[in-house]
Design a protein around this ligand. Structure first.
Ligand code: MSP
Length: 656
């Protein structure tokens, strides 16, 4: 049987030597989708490439004293290297300077002209040179380019025009009849209200003011407008209008074009209109994702606040960076990237939850059974909840993936990981192992842990292909047990599965040390100084009750509260206020917290008790002692009363 096809594209990138992590966002997301679809059995065509024509490139080449082609040849390799670095899977790469593409663009332009869809006229208007965009007066913001905010110039030239205005009604109908054509929904409102309703004008689609572009072959002093040249890549790369490829029939229309929000206009207004004019089918979906900012500002190398993908991948692994990009930010919205968020997520989700589960599971299987489980198992009704959760996960993950909600898909999977960590605490294998008659039960517990990991690793494979392959190797899951279909059936591993010892997948990162090192690195330096840690002070203003002081649930969710057990507690030397506590927060690495409660508690009052710790507080030094978090206490008059929790609650449990 023939596989169903799936055609996914990213924008083609401007060749640039200033690539930052924001640039990789769209392509990593598309790669996750492409890998997911392949796992589900699709024949995937994944297209990306470079957009190499235009005045900007011509000027840059001139500055460098080389030809535009020499210039683009030099920088295109940087984009290809970035995709290698980010572990972008098999894809077709198109360059708009490729001969076959140029040939197709000429044919498309001529066809539109012959059909009367393009006509010759005179262009008078506002032009933004850096963006290569013409704007109408009404589109300017404070007289400046609405995209980049820079000055526009008056431009007048003989030019060809595409009859874009005639498509306004059809576009409105398209958005209405097919709500899935442009997502998220907010982008539709933007297009309708900002561009279509104010009136679509015919689009100037040729230039005579520079020559670095595809010449109009019947009037060669004109070159084709870069956006027409660029947008058509989605079909020329399949062989439309050329003999290089023969995939148009097979893959067009595209299942989805992934694009950043600022270029949605080109993809959801100009592109479908060109296709309608050519009588070609429209892509099934345009998904306009949000932008990643850095410390609240636009990410760009010129602002000196770039986050260098090479440095991040080298320090934390490409898998961790990919995970962060998709897990931290909802795909359709803007996100604020900070190094702290990245390290924190690696520590909590990957080191504490996933990495820890893998190492606990494999270590226990090695310790109790020399790595090979006995075939006799003893199940218990207490296993049911975990098994039911694992068995129902596939449907949930698929629902989220089909809606491009990568963050939710990952979070669903990570719920299984957390539940399995809890299951370990509930079943206490370290107690079962002491009783010879409980060996069968112990084997089942370990087996269930391994099965959860097998299933979670399948769902996480599109995001973290290397780490998941390593998990599968360590838990003894062969490739056929890790097919997408096998994720819906708990119990695939052989009862007497053999595990293999492996490296720690995601070592915990010392946040304070790491930030100091990153800040010392000019490429990842943050422009703004980090705010000074707030000093505990009696004069501190109480928040005023009222709407202004209310926080959203998302704000509260940023606080990572965990149950922790006090392993050890001592006074801090030469301080009558501070106690130093060593906590077991379930991560496997003791956490040191310094707390100003010595006036009300003796060390022995706390040792062995369970408390709640804020686990994602920026580390600070108090009297020279590192404090990684703070414990929760209530103000009772002048005194602090520590919040103790029930001793049965497992260490590391989330408090929310
Ligand atoms: N060449 C055009 C696309 C033509 S498609 C027919 C272009 N190129 S670009 O290099 O400027 O941008 C490529 C993609 O990177 C765009 O989707 C853009 O939104 C995305 N991003 C660039 N910086 C970004 C962030 N800081 N965050 C997220 N995506 C960002 O536009």
């Amino acid at each position: 049987m023939e596989k169903p096809t799936y055609y996914i594209t990213t924008p083609i990138y401007y060749p640039s030597s200033n690539l930052h992590i924001g640039h990789s966002y769209c392509t990593v997301a598309a790669d996750v989708m492409a890998r997911y679809k392949r796992l589900k059995g699709y024949d995937v065509m994944f297209l990306t490439g470079t957009d190499e024509h235009g005045q900007k490139i011509e000027e840059k080449a001139k500055e460098a004293g080389i030809t535009p082609k020499e210039y683009v040849d030099k920088v295109v390799a940087g984009i290809q290297d970035l995709w290698k670095l980010m572990n972008i899977s098999e894809h077709r790469f198109i360059r708009t300077t490729d001969d076959y593409h140029e040939e197709s663009v000429k044919k498309i332009f001529k066809k539109l002209y012959d059909k009367g869809e393009i006509y010759k006229g005179t262009y008078k208007g506002k032009y933004c040179t850096p963006c290569e965009s013409f704007w109408t007066e009404t589109q300017l913001v404070d007289g400046k380019c609405p995209d980049c905010g820079r000055e526009v110039i008056d431009a007048e030239e003989e030019a060809y025009f595409f009859r874009l205005s005639k498509y306004a009604e059809r576009l409105l109908k398209l958005y209405e009849d097919d709500p899935g054509f442009l997502e998220p929904k907010s982008r539709v409102n933007e297009m309708v209200n900002n561009f279509i309703k104010p009136g679509l004008e015919d689009l100037c689609v040729s230039r005579t003011s520079f020559s670095w572009g595809v010449p109009v072959d019947f009037d060669p002093k004109h070159v084709v407008y870069v956006w027409v040249d660029a947008l058509t890549n989605y079909i020329t790369a399949l062989g439309y209008g050329n003999e290089k490829y023969h995939d148009y029939e097979k893959y067009w229309p595209a299942d989805v074009h992934f694009v950043g929000k600022e270029i949605v206009r080109f993809h959801s207004i100009i592109w479908p209109s060109i296709l309608m004019a050519l009588d070609l089918p429209l892509p099934k979906k345009i998904y306009g994702h949000g932008w990643l900012n850095f410390n609240g500002e636009k990410m760009s190398k010129s602002r000196g606040n770039v986050v260098d993908p090479a440095i991040l991948c080298q320090r934390y692994s490409v898998d961790a960076v990919r995970y962060f990009l998709l897990r931290e930010f909802p795909f359709g919205s803007d996100g604020n990237f900070t190094n702290e968020l990245l390290i924190h997520l690696i520590n909590t989700d990957l080191a504490n939850d996933l990495g820890n589960l893998v190492s606990r599971t494999v270590t226990m299987a090695l310790k109790y059974f020399d790595g090979k489980l006995p075939a006799e198992h003893v199940s218990d009704p207490m296993d049911d909840e975990l098994i039911t959760m694992a068995n129902s996960l596939k449907e949930k993950v698929e629902t989220q993936m089909e809606a491009f909600q990568f963050q939710n898909a990952i979070m669903e999977t990570m719920k299984l990981v957390s539940r399995t960590n809890k299951y370990i605490d509930e079943t206490a294998p370290w107690i079962l192992c002491k009783d010879e008659s409980k060996k069968g039960r112990l084997a089942t517990v370990l087996y269930n842990m391994l099965e959860s990991l097998r299933i979670a690793s399948i769902f996480l494979t599109p995001v973290m292909p290397n780490a998941c392959a390593e998990i599968q190797r360590q838990i003894g899951a062969s490739a056929e047990l890790c097919s997408w279909e096998s994720s819906a059936a708990f119990g695939k591993l052989p009862a007497d599965v053999q595990v293999i010892k492996g490296a720690n997948l995601f070592p915990r990162i010392n946040l304070e040390k790491e930030l100091a090192e990153l800040e010392g690195n000019s490429n990842t330096k943050e422009t703004k100084p980090a705010p000074a840690p707030e000093k505990a002070s009696k004069e501190k203003k109480e928040p005023v009750e009222g709407v202004a002081s209310l926080i959203a649930i998302d704000d509260f969710a940023k606080v990572n509260l965990r149950v922790a057990e006090v392993l050890e507690c001592v006074r801090v030397e030469k301080s009558d206020k501070l106690l130093k506590l060593q906590l077991d927060d379930g991560s496997g690495t003791p956490r040191q917290v310094v707390s100003g409660i010595a006036a009300w508690y003796k060390p022995e009052d706390l040792t062995g008790k369970k408390i709640i710790v804020v686990a994602n507080l920026k580390p600070a030094k108090l009297r020279g002692e590192l404090s990684q978090g703070m414990l929760l206490a209530a103000d009772v008059g002048e005194a602090a009363s520590v919040i103790f929790v029930n001793g049965d609650i497992p260490n590391g449990s989330k408090v929310r």
